[in-house]
Design a protein around this ligand. Structure first.
Ligand code: SF4
Length: 1021
């Protein structure tokens, strides 16, 4: 009998196109297989550096994202009341003319009357530039809502950050701590990396109130109480200092541990670095018993003690201040254990394990390298302790200092960009703080002097008026939120409604579901969007919104500009914005259209979709407005579309959005003239470009001459000076001094105590604001009263040499203050006292923390309307620990009222053991408003699903500040405190509450979205 010939590897389709996934923020390479012009299969691209072929469930379900019934089809103009969802379809010509007519007078009158805010925008290199050319200071993306604390905490300390801009050394780490990480940014690389750690038997410790996602495979789970991670980190630091398990060589070589801080309480220079006439920071050289340039080599700087400079100023090294602060008994494990919910013994053990992994692994790489001072090293000494942190740390009102605390912990272990530790991804590290300051003045052409978002260095960089009041509509870069480097998306709608600090005319938003899952205080936000003044005019006069899908926010727009799906567009993951680099190479990537949207009707009965990529629309609009840079001298558009812009736009001579294949012939990388064939070359190269960092330049990037020269060639940094890591932040101290009455620019009286308190140059922990304000007794005593200078007279002990590695192998016996010697200024943080069992109303009335987790199978509202991903979950539950249920008389699947100081929701509870018992949690963004996303009218997402956002206030309970971090303005939605009680019903048919009037979009599509059956009829090739 003849054997039947089986095709064991049939081609998945007729044609394949490579592009970049956008089912989450990770930016994996994908191969989209097509059959008969339809997507047959999405495959991870094995040639792509981000995911190396790995594809997650979200990525595979991109087919349903592309064919979603919720896709918008045409521009729409509101015809009903705002919020009703009643629109008429219009042509693009009319839509763009309307937008031009609205925006042109604004630009002529006052560009700041346009507030341009984007959501999960991966094109900020364009959108920020567009805002700059328009001349509005009121621009930001969603980082202020997401994780600016993570970015700012890192950039003001390390010149880099976790997020997706750094990574653990997956090849060499032996101890890995994940802090507050759920699955989103850097998703597949973390999965791949965790696999490598598991293979090598490295220990993985997950610190998170809930054990989900990556934490599920951790060797140890620390079920910490939300908002106390900083306290836990300080207890680890306390133990490491006590045990003398600190890498002082590293700290002196790469950080500012030996820089001298002026001790002059009440003086204008108190807490600043002592500098020489040329501005160089000073240290105390033990060899010469004299001050010296702290950047010198072949000196022996003191790290503890108190010294008097020749000019009579009293100074103390940074490390002395660190020892003074964190050796204080308030940070002892037994002092923090109750508040953190982590046993003191566990804290001690983990500190021992960290030290053992860092100092006893004897990891060295036999790679010769030269440091920034020209010293040659025969090997790279490792500290194989890696950390990664994300939103669980960041989205608290104490998140900035907690992020700084984690970086301090890493630095004390010598575990930043050493083999085995956290590693920078190019273009990081950058100078600290990064050199680009926020734009604040307009030139004669109405263009801002810099993009609206940047990094504040001193109070002079703030955007405040002569009276110290905010200049931005979101109050970013004001005295209330000075380092708001990502803007404050979460405050825009309240302030625009209130006209605070002024009225705006038009709110332009892109991909930001601000009336629903991207809002804090959803109820009031919807009301602000629709509220009218006495004359019957909307208080926010005009809203233009661009989205690809019929999200809840679409209903609140006056003009809707329909965006494409991610398979119909050009995009650019640029080194000017959010590249796809890894620690061993710089890389960027593109998306390019797999389909023309005109051919992608939702179903054959419908007319073709008439949608355009938002970035192309923005450039078109810019040209119609005559914005500088977007028109030629004759007024014609400078760019055909976004693809043309990606190729031809130069931010500086030779610097464009893509770094690969530049120069007319495509032979230059990094810098070079525009190459008209650049996109084709990217497409031929799987959609990305990557250049490897030379092997000798891959670690110690902040002070590795090879790396600094390589990075300078690409324009990542301006020079090759070492980047000194900032344990102690002089930037923060300049703000504190201003609050204490020094300098030309000082905060208004009402902000002084706040600025003086929270601009502490060394990280500290304080009770998250919502809980603190709800607690009558938890009025914080200002750590501002802590002199940065301490008061301990430390002995002059042996100090490490600032010389070649190993030169200071002697022990590091800095002098420790005894209890009665301890600085009288360093007091027990009063907020800790409030948790010594005496904290009253917060524990009594709102005894639980409530947080969300990001489902690993969904990415925001996008994913939870996806037909395939909805098969995993169509609703969410309020998860609580069984012991918590028993305590409050709640049974599994009971309906419960969940009450915050702001609102009450009624939802269904489910028991789960994977959580800290004083915390309740739910999946993020699954709940939907009826009528939105073209889900069936009885979709479980709308009936049983819910948002915790309804409970979260955008304001603090008592003070007039935003519910945000006082340093960066980061939205503090993880600070939420609630009470729970059994609701009055067990009715299985009841709906979650609150419910809102159904949106009147086109009739909801109740048909099940079936896809793919037709492919089965085809004979496999
Ligand atoms: S991790 Fe994110 S980008 Fe990567 S395949 Fe999954 S959804 Fe796509």
């Amino acid at each position: 009998m003849r054997e039947k010939q089986l095709n064991l590897s049939p081609s998945p389709g007729d044609e394949v196109k490579t592009t970049t996934c956008y089912m989450c923020a990770c930016r994996c390479g994908i191969k989209v297989w097509l059959t008969d012009g339809k997507i047959r299969y999405i495959q991870g691209n094995p040639a792509h550096p981000v995911n190396q072929g790995v594809l997650c469930a979200k990525g595979a379900a991109g087919i349903m994202q592309h064919y979603s019934p919720a896709r918008l089809n045409k521009p729409m103009l509101r015809i009903g009341e705002r919020g009703s969802g009643e629109f008429r379809e219009i042509e693009w010509g009319e839509a763009l003319q309307l937008a031009t007519d609205w925006l042109k007078p604004i630009r002529e009158r006052n560009p700041d009357e346009l507030a341009f805010f984007t959501g999960r925008d991966q094109s900020q290199a364009l959108t920020g530039w567009w805002a700059q050319q328009f001349g509005t200071i009121n621009y930001a993306a969603h980082g202020g809502f997401c994780s600016v604390n993570m970015a700012a905490g890192g950039l003001y300390t390390l010149g880099g950050s976790f997020w997706e801009f750094g990574e653990p050394d997956w090849e060499h780490a032996r101890y890995f701590m994940l802090w507050g990480v759920a699955e989103d940014h850097d998703s597949n690389p973390i999965k791949l990396g965790l696999g490598k750690l598991k293979e090598r038997g490295a220990k993985i410790v997950a610190v998170n109130p809930v054990r989900t996602g990556y934490g599920a495979i951790a060797d140890e789970w620390i079920g910490i109480r939300p908002g106390t991670d900083g306290l836990f980190a300080f207890a680890l630091i306390h133990e490491l200092l006590k045990a003398d398990r600190i890498d002082l060589d590293y700290l002196v070589r790469y950080a500012n541990a030996h820089w001298l801080v002026i001790r002059n309480p009440g003086g204008a220079d108190d807490g600043l670095f002592a500098r020489d006439a040329d501005g160089n920071p000073l240290c105390w050289d033990r060899n010469s018993s004299a001050e010296a340039n702290a950047g010198s080599i072949d000196i022996s700087p003191a790290v503890v003690g108190e010294f008097t400079l020749v000019d009579g100023r009293v100074v103390v090294p940074v490390f002395q201040l660190i020892a003074d602060r964190y050796l204080d008994p308030q940070y002892a494990p037994e002092k923090v254990t109750e508040r953190c919910g982590v046993p003191a013994g566990t804290i001690r053990r983990i500190s021992r394990e960290l030290a053992e992994a860092a100092f006893e692994s004897n990891l060295t790489l036999p790679i010769a390298w030269t440091d920034a001072w020209g010293r040659e090293h025969s090997e790279m000494v490792g500290r194989p302790v890696a950390m990664h942190a994300m939103r669980g740390i960041s989205a608290h009102s104490n998140g900035f200092h907690t992020c700084r605390a984690l970086h301090l912990l890493q630095l004390l272990l010598g575990a930043v960009d050493t083999p085995g530790s956290f590693r920078y991804q190019p273009p990081y590290p950058r100078p600290i703080p990064p050199v680009n300051r926020p734009g604040k003045t307009r030139n004669e052409h109405g263009v801002l002097n810099a993009p609206p978002l940047g990094f504040v260095h001193t109070p002079e960089d703030l955007l405040v008026d002569a009276n110290g009041q905010p200049r931005r509509i979101d109050h970013a870069y004001s005295w209330a939120y000075p380092l708001a480097a990502h803007g404050m998306l979460h405050t825009v709608i309240r302030n625009a409604h209130a006209g605070d600090p002024y009225k705006i005319d038009t709110l332009l938003m892109f991909m930001a579901n601000m009336s629903w899952n991207s809002a804090m205080n959803t109820g009031e936000t919807m009301q602000w969007l629709t509220d009218k003044d006495a004359e019957g005019h909307y208080r926010i006069p005009r809203i233009i919104y661009s989205d690809a899908y019929a999200s809840e926010m679409v209903a609140y727009a006056d003009l809707v500009l329909p965006d494409t799906t991610y398979l119909e567009r050009h995009d650019c993951m640029s080194l000017l914005d959010r590249p796809i680099s890894d620690a061993d190479g710089a890389a960027d990537a593109i998306r390019h259209p797999v389909f023309d949207p005109a051919t992608q009707a939702t179903n054959p009965a419908e007319h073709p979709r008439d949608v355009r990529g938002f970035q192309s629309v923005l450039l078109d609009l810019g040209a119609r407005l005559g914005l500088p840079g977007m028109v030629h001298a004759d007024g014609s558009p400078a760019y055909r579309d976004y693809a043309d812009y990606i190729v031809r736009h130069e931010r500086a001579p030779g610097v464009g959005l893509l770094a690969g294949w530049r120069g007319e012939n495509g032979t230059q990388h990094g810098k070079g003239a525009p190459n008209p064939n650049q996109l084709d070359t990217y497409i031929a190269n799987n959609g990305f470009w990557r250049e490897e960092i030379p092997e000798h330049a891959r670690y110690f990037k902040m002070a590795n001459r090879g790396y600094l020269e390589w990075a300078q060639r690409f324009g990542f940094i301006g020079g090759t000076e070492p980047i000194v890591l900032q344990l102690y932040s002089e930037t923060l101290q300049t703000f504190r001094l201003a609050a204490q009455g020094h300098g030309a620019l000082r905060p208004p009286q009402e902000h002084r105590e706040r600025v003086a308190t929270y601009f502490d140059p060394l990280p500290f922990w304080y009770e998250p604001f919502e809980g603190a304000e709800l607690s009558a007794s938890a009025k914080p005593e200002s750590p501002a009263r802590h002199s940065h200078g301490g008061g301990t007279s430390a002995k002059r002990a042996e100090r490490p040499q600032h010389g070649p590695e190993g030169a200071s192998e002697a022990s590091h016996p800095w002098t420790l203050p005894s209890a009665d010697e301890a600085d009288s200024n360093v007091r027990m943080d009063p907020s800790l006292r409030s948790h010594d069992g005496k904290n009253d109303s917060v524990t009594e009335h709102f005894p639980l923390s409530a947080i969300t987790q990001r489902p690993m199978f969904m990415y925001h509202a996008w994913g939870s309307q996806n037909a395939w991903l909805r098969q995993i979950a169509t609703r969410n539950w309020l998860y609580l620990h069984p012991s918590t249920g028993a305590k409050y008389g709640i049974a599994n699947e009971d309906w419960v009222d969940v009450t915050s100081h702001h609102a009450t929701i009624t939802v269904q509870a489910r028991f789960a053991n994977n959580m800290q018992p004083d915390t309740v949690w739910s999946w993020n963004a699954i709940g939907k408003r009826k009528g939105a996303w073209k889900l069936a009218k009885d979709a479980p997402e709308t009936e049983k699903g819910f948002l915790l956002n309804h409970l979260i206030s955008d304001k603090l309970p008592k003070s007039d500040y935003a519910n945000a971090d006082p340093v960066t303005g980061q939205a503090a939605w993880f600070d939420l405190r609630v009470s729970i009680r059994k609701a009055d019903t067990r009715d299985a048919d009841r709906e979650s509450a609150p419910q809102f009037a159904p949106l009147q979009f086109d009739a909801a599509d109740n048909r099940p979205l079936r896809y793919g059956a037709g492919f089965r009829r085809r004979t496999p090739r």
